[in-house]
Design a protein around this ligand. Structure first.
Ligand code: NAD
Length: 253
């Protein structure tokens, strides 16, 4: 197949069980920087330090001084054309599920229904000691009220975190199992905006390929799967996915 948005539309139009896997690049057009690109988050921070379970446990004030501005930065963001196109593909029954490494909630905001958030979500606060849960607004209110910026559990007094998964923390078992299940059933997987460098999600395209499915990747930088793609696109996700939708309209007109 050719590496064109038209070819991607054809691939999706004939799919029996198409599944989408998104990464940080799906949200950069909403103004959220990705992790590994130039100017991405990890040029400025050491992820193992600031976004790790070890720092959360040993130095919660340092952890929260990084985490809190991120929560604020994400509160006003809106979905972009890539999120909207994927929601439309789900509405049409072409895409069966969206597996996302993103924690920004933008797929749901755009109208996607079956979203599998494998790295957690920034929609609530949790206490790891007694399992108490609070809304994200309550979590930030507690952080604001605390002298050291660390929100605490009113039940057991332990420091709280958001439901975003940290380095060194177990991924949510239910979401991972659902992601593997879709990868095993998928005859087409479309990856959008991921460098495919973070396990275990980076193994999902391999499952699809090993079972005879086909892979499409729409991501600006290189990935380890580039030479195994049926369609490989490099442009901006929002622009390209709008084109894919237009081609699908033409195919079904
Ligand atoms: P990434 O930054 O590794 O890759 C993003 C990819 O998207 C890059 O290949 C980039 O070229 C591409 N891209 C950027 N803008 C694009 C656009 N508009 N259109 C098309 N492509 C675009 O992000 P990733 O693959 O999502 O990283 C894996 C995951 O690792 C992250 O999603 C994150 O959940 C996790 N992670 C989490 C933390 C944390 O804070 N807990 C830290 C590091 C990584």
């Amino acid at each position: 197949m050719e590496n064109t948005t038209e070819a991607l539309a054809e691939l999706l139009a004939h799919a029996r069980h198409a599944v989408v896997l998104t990464g940080a690049g799906a949200s950069t057009e909403s103004g959220i920087p990705d992790f590994r690109s130039q100017g991405g988050m990890w040029e400025r921070y050491d992820p193992m330090e600031v976004a790790s379970m070890a720092t959360f446990l040993s130095d919660p004030a340092r952890f929260w001084s990084f985490h809190r501005p991120r929560i604020d930065a994400l509160s006003g963001v809106a979905p972009n054309d890539a999120h909207r196109a994927l929601a439309e593909l789900q509405r049409r029954g072409i895409v069966k599920a969206v597996i996302t490494q993103n924690i920004d909630g933008l797929h749901a905001k755009a109208g996607s229904t079956d979203v599998i958030e494998v790295h957690g979500a920034l929609d609530r606060g949790v206490c790891l000691r007694c399992d108490a849960r609070v809304s994200i607004d309550e979590l930030t209110a507690r952080a604001d009220a605390a002298g050291d910026g660390v929100p605490r559990c009113t039940r057991c007094g332990f420091q709280m975190k958001s439901a975003v998964i940290l380095f060194g923390e177990q991924l949510p078992a239910e979401a991972i199992s659902a992601a593997y299940d879709h990868a095993e059933r998928a005859d087409v997987m479309l990856v959008i905006g991921s460098s495919l460098l973070v396990a275990p999600v980076s193994g999902l395209p391999g499952i699809v390929l090993d079972r005879g499915g086909r892979l499409a990747i729409l991501t600006e930088s290189e990935t380890p799967y580039d030479d195994r793609c049926a369609v490989r696109l490099h442009g901006r996700a929002g622009v390209q996915m709008s084109e894919v939708l237009a081609h699908l309209d033409a195919l079904t007109a």
